[in-house]
Design a protein around this ligand. Structure first.
Ligand code: HEM
Length: 467
């Protein structure tokens, strides 16, 4: 009898071990609910593809398994969190798993800040953050006003019914501001901006293509085009570095001067210039386009905004931002509803606890920022554009904690947050004083969720001069 009991116990133990060994879904040692891998090598990549994007995959995942859920990023066990309470628990974590930006390495380079963790990552943030602090923004407001007025003048001169490509206009405006503020006078020359922008767009589009079609083959047309465009941007930055090194500006707060002052290796300067450009360009440009689109489709909101911005006369200064409260709500609601940046991620080196579960050391934890932004329990009627949600009287503590379009964890949230708000505040305050935006009829605007959310196709608008 004893012999049989020993046999039975041994058999069960061996059976469990065999199941764990042969069936990858069972290798999970965590108590977190979630998906098994659909493929031993690809994990849940096929499901991410079928969902259409990482954001849509995470939305399905959390709908099925709750606010903390697991999946397989290839062969890597991965966790995702989607609630204000869980965000709060993960506030202190700094390090970012390299796989989040792995596909962008050909553009931003291996020395990019996006891959810098631990002491190196923290040191870089301390070094690079000063140009983008709220205190330093006043140095840029003049440029934002100048560029907004230039565009306003151009738009005022166009026929009322002309169809305008909104994304193109917004990207053109934003790249002018960014290149000038990152790199200085070199980009006062229109020709230099156009060539730089063209090269950046080629590289970005190659990155997007590689997401769906895989990386370009060495020597292929795609590869040659990409390398040529990247080479052009590197050469432009090198030329700027040379000029500014030859005539250093004492106390300059331009990003490039901060990098040069710290005497960093050239590779790091090039990679971080392009990393900041990648962080800033499509985010700011798309935010501006989404906001104008929402205003054009909600004329009551555009009217209310017009009433507010007309009270601010002349150049819009940082000290007047307090008078532009409704504009701030409009920007926040556009960030929320567009789900502009759907996710971020972190990892830790040791086993930790999150939401009552153990997270094994090295596990990537995704912050499903976008899933929380459209959670109906947090935002009633989440698909409705309603800037009033953000008024002091309406916003709840849970909503404030859950509203994290710039990330939130470990003093590593977006360094360009104040910059992005200042830029769009001035652009929209100037433009909405004299112009009314209308949507060209017959368009169906569909979002495409990527690292940054864009409309699937160009949005066409008309502008009307206000009386
Ligand atoms: C509407 C505009 C923007 C949005 C919604 C946005 C959003 C984000 C998010 C979600 C992250 C990831 C944060 C995390 O991992 O927790 C991020 C990182 C980053 N953003 Fe932004 N961003 C915007 C504009 C900008 C601008 C204007 C700049 C440049 C001045 C910028 C530069 C960066 C950089 C360099 C990082 C990586 C920082 C690091 O690794 O420490 N972003 N951004």
């Amino acid at each position: 009898m004893l012999a049989f009991a020993i046999f039975a116990v041994t058999f069960v133990v061996v059976l469990i071990a065999a199941v764990i060994y042969f069936y990858p879904g069972s290798t999970k040692t965590s108590t977190i609910p979630g998906m098994d891998p659909t493929d031993p090598r690809e994990g849940n990549f096929p499901d991410i593809g079928a969902a259409g994007s990482m954001h849509e995959f995470l939305a399905n995942l959390h709908e099925t398994y709750g606010t903390i859920a697991s999946f397989w990023f290839g062969t890597k066990f991965t966790v995702s969190i989607a609630s204000p309470e869980l965000f709060k628990e993960h506030m202190g974590v700094f390090d970012r798993p390299p796989e989040v930006f792995a596909l962008f390495k050909p553009l931003i380079g291996r020395s990019s800040i996006h891959y810098a963790n631990k002491a190196d990552g923290r040191r870089r943030r301390i070094m690079y953050d000063p140009p983008f602090t709220q205190a330093n923004l006043r140095n840029f407001c003049g440029t934002f006003n100048e560029l907004a007025c230039e565009l306003e003048k151009k738009l005022l001169g166009l026929p009322k019914d002309e169809h305008l490509p909104l994304m193109q206009y917004c990207h053109a405006l934003v790249i002018k501001a960014l290149t000038r503020i990152f790199f200085g006078d070199y980009f006062k020359d229109e020709g230099n901006i156009l060539k730089f922008r063209h090269s950046f767009e080629i590289c970005w589009s190659e990155m997007e293509t590689s997401l769906t079609q895989g990386p370009a083959e060495d020597g292929s047309d795609r590869d040659k085009k990409f390398k040529e465009a990247l080479g052009f941007m590197h050469d432009s930055i090198r030329a700027i570095m040379k000029k500014r090194k030859a005539k250093p500006v004492v106390g300059s707060t331009l990003f490039i001067d901060v990098l040069l002052e710290n005497e960093l290796p050239e590779e790091q300067v090039l990679d971080d210039c392009l990393s900041y450009m990648m962080g800033a360009f499509h985010t700011s440009g798309n935010l501006m386009a989404w906001t104008i689109y929402f205003l054009a489709t909600h004329q009551d909101c555009q009217e209310k905004l017009h009433q507010e911005v007309t009270k601010v006369k002349g150049q819009v200064e940082q000290s007047q931002f307090d008078q532009l409260k409704y504009l701030h709500h409009v920007i926040n609601e556009s960030l929320r509803l567009s789900i502009l940046t759907p996710y971020a991620a972190r990892f830790q080196d040791s086993d930790t606890e999150l939401g009552g579960h153990i997270i094994p050391a090295g596990t990537s934890v995704y912050h499903a920022l976008g899933v929380v932004l459209e959670d109906p329990e947090i935002w009633p009627e989440p698909q409705k554009f309603d800037p009033g949600r953000f008024s002091v009287d309406n916003i709840t503590q849970r909503q404030e904690t859950g509203f994290q379009p710039f990330g939130f964890a470990g003093k590593r949230s977006c360094p360009g947050q104040h910059f992005a708000y200042a830029q769009i505040t001035i652009f929209l305050a100037v433009l909405c004083r004299t112009l009314k935006f209308n949507l060209v009829e017959g368009q169906v605007v569909v979002p495409r969720y990527g690292l940054v959310t864009s409309p699937e196709e160009e949005i066409w608008v008309t502008v009307e001069k206000r009386k």
